[in-house]
Design a protein around this ligand. Structure first.
Ligand code: HEM
Length: 455
């Protein structure tokens, strides 16, 4: 039996170098690149439990695909995730509850046949986005992110509760979700007993959580569908779900609020960040934007997605390759001792996979006929070449809908407007692609672009 743990720095050195409380939150990307450069593609650090970091696609494949489910647990969530999404899919340990709620979202909301049902909602949200941009002067300078966020939020709300909300209700809910998202982003990584050590702030978060339930529960309960058996939106599928292992009980209010807000908040920001990066690449690469325009110019239906738009699909993949939502996918947990890459990974270890690609050249053609990655499989089942959505049983169940929405929204923006760098001044004509580590890797400086309406 091989008992050799992956190499790594002694805990004391790691703490002294990176985790001293008065140091700012570490830039995880450069910190890990440094450690991997020194110790190799798999490292371990013992900090009250074993933390394993993996920075190699083949090893990631060995864990997530060949590991046969042994590494598909989740470590316990931190305090803020536990407060806002205690029974969310993403934080649930591997087991019956996770299987139930994961199968439900996959079959009832994110399956291609269900995505198709929301075509009218997509069209409406895209039309509203275009109308709001047309309200600006020609040649205006637009901040792109809020437009994408509003459009996607309208769509996600309709997918969640099966209804359209009046503008004021949407505003209020979007502001509340933003506050929750902000709370997650600013929450110290290494906080202990936050209810005692940061009392005022924690009380604010608890009040926010209560407000979240007050707003969401009546909306969930009010969902009505034409067909009594088939759910018509995510909230309705949750109302109809029964937990077979627990005597067929319905979901509790807390479970429904957790699941619905996970759908509305965490997934929303990942998608908006992805689309902002795609637009930034298209502003920086006018020739790629022209090719996207050639593909989408004749299409008046915004709702169809990327199926017959190979170049736009390649642009989305290339942007995801260069700007995955995070340096690390969500942490996985080992359910029992296992051996990977010649090392022992003990039960309970927290395993982190580094998926950011340091390459910087934007070349969507790699995903088209004749390109090196034309056969790339984003699910990573055969081989992992990039893993912005993770891989294996815990892979993001929303990857198809995320790509579909990106194609609809970005396709619409390029079909209706030409997007140029914001200013005429020499030094300001280049888009600033500096990254910032928030909950996701976002653009440090919001993308601002000059628009010219197309005929
Ligand atoms: C660009 C947008 C998105 C990115 C980059 C992204 C990325 C990811 C990643 C890396 C994971 C962890 C995978 C793993 O642990 O192996 C994940 C999990 C998850 N994602 Fe996404 N995601 C996105 C959008 C969405 C959307 C739109 C939805 C749903 C509508 C969604 C729902 C989820 C859920 C429920 C999980 C937890 C899965 C589990 O633990 O079983 N995501 N996502």
């Amino acid at each position: 039996r091989n008992n050799k743990l992956p190499p790594g720095p002694p805990a004391i050195v790691f703490i002294a170098k990176f985790l001293l409380p008065w140091r700012p939150v570490p830039d995880i990307g450069s910190m890990l690149r440094g450690l991997h450069g020194r110790y190799g593609p798999i490292i371990s650090i013992w900090l009250l439990r074993t933390f394993v970091f993996v920075a190699d696609h083949d090893l990631t494949h060995s864990f997530l695909i060949k590991g046969g489910g042994n590494f598909d647990d989740r470590p316990p969530p931190n305090a803020i995730m536990k407060l806002f999404f205690p029974q969310g899919i993403g934080v649930s340990p591997y087991g019956a509850y996770w299987r139930l709620v994961r199968r439900n979202i996959t079959m009832q909301v994110l399956h291609p046949s269900r995505i198709r049902l929301f075509a009218p909602a997509r069209q409406r949200a895209c039309d509203a986005m275009v109308a709001s941009i047309r309200g600006n002067d020609a040649d205006a300078i637009i901040t792109v992110r809020p437009l994408l966020a509003r459009c996607l939020f309208e769509l996600i709300v309709e997918m969640s509760i099966g209804a359209r909300l009046p503008r004021e209700a949407l505003d209020e809910m979007q502001a509340m979700n933003q506050e929750i998202f902000q709370a997650m982003a600013e929450f110290p990584v290494f906080s202990v007993f936050p209810a005692l050590t940061m009392r005022k702030r924690w009380a604010r978060y608890v009040a926010l959580r209560e407000r979240q339930s007050e707003v969401l529960l009546p909306l969930i309960r009010a969902t009505r569908c034409a067909d009594d058996d088939a759910p018509c939106c995510y909230a309705n599928s949750l109302l109809k779900l029964r937990v077979a292992d627990e005597g067929g009980r319905p979901l509790t209010d807390a479970e429904m609020v957790s699941l619905c807000s996970e759908f509305m908040i965490v997934t929303m920001d990942a998608s908006v960040s992805m689309m902002e990066w795609i637009m930034a690449e298209l502003v920086s690469h006018p020739e790629a934007q022209d090719k996207v325009y050639e593909e989408v110019r004749g299409k008046t239906d915004a709702s169809e997605g990327e199926d017959d738009l190979p170049y736009l699909r390649a642009v989305i993949l290339e942007s995801l390759r260069l700007h995955p939502g995070a340096h690390l996918i969500l942490p996985h947990g080992a359910q029992s001792d296992g051996e990977v890459g010649g090392y022992m990974v003990p039960k309970g270890a927290m395993i982190n996979f580094f998926v950011a690609d340091p390459a910087r050249e934007f070349r969507p053609e790699r995903f088209l006929d004749g390109g090196a990655d034309v056969d790339m499989d984003i699910t990573g089942s055969r081989e992992i070449k990039m893993a912005p959505f993770g891989a294996g049983r815990r892979m993001c169940p929303g990857y198809m809908v995320a790509m579909h929405h990106a194609a609809c929204l970005v396709g619409t923006l390029v079909r209706e407007f030409k997007w140029l760098p914001p200013a005429q001044a020499e030094e300001a004509t280049i888009v600033d692609m500096t990254e910032e580590q928030a909950s996701f890797i976002v653009m440090k400086h919001r993308l601002r672009a000059r628009i010219i309406p197309r005929n």
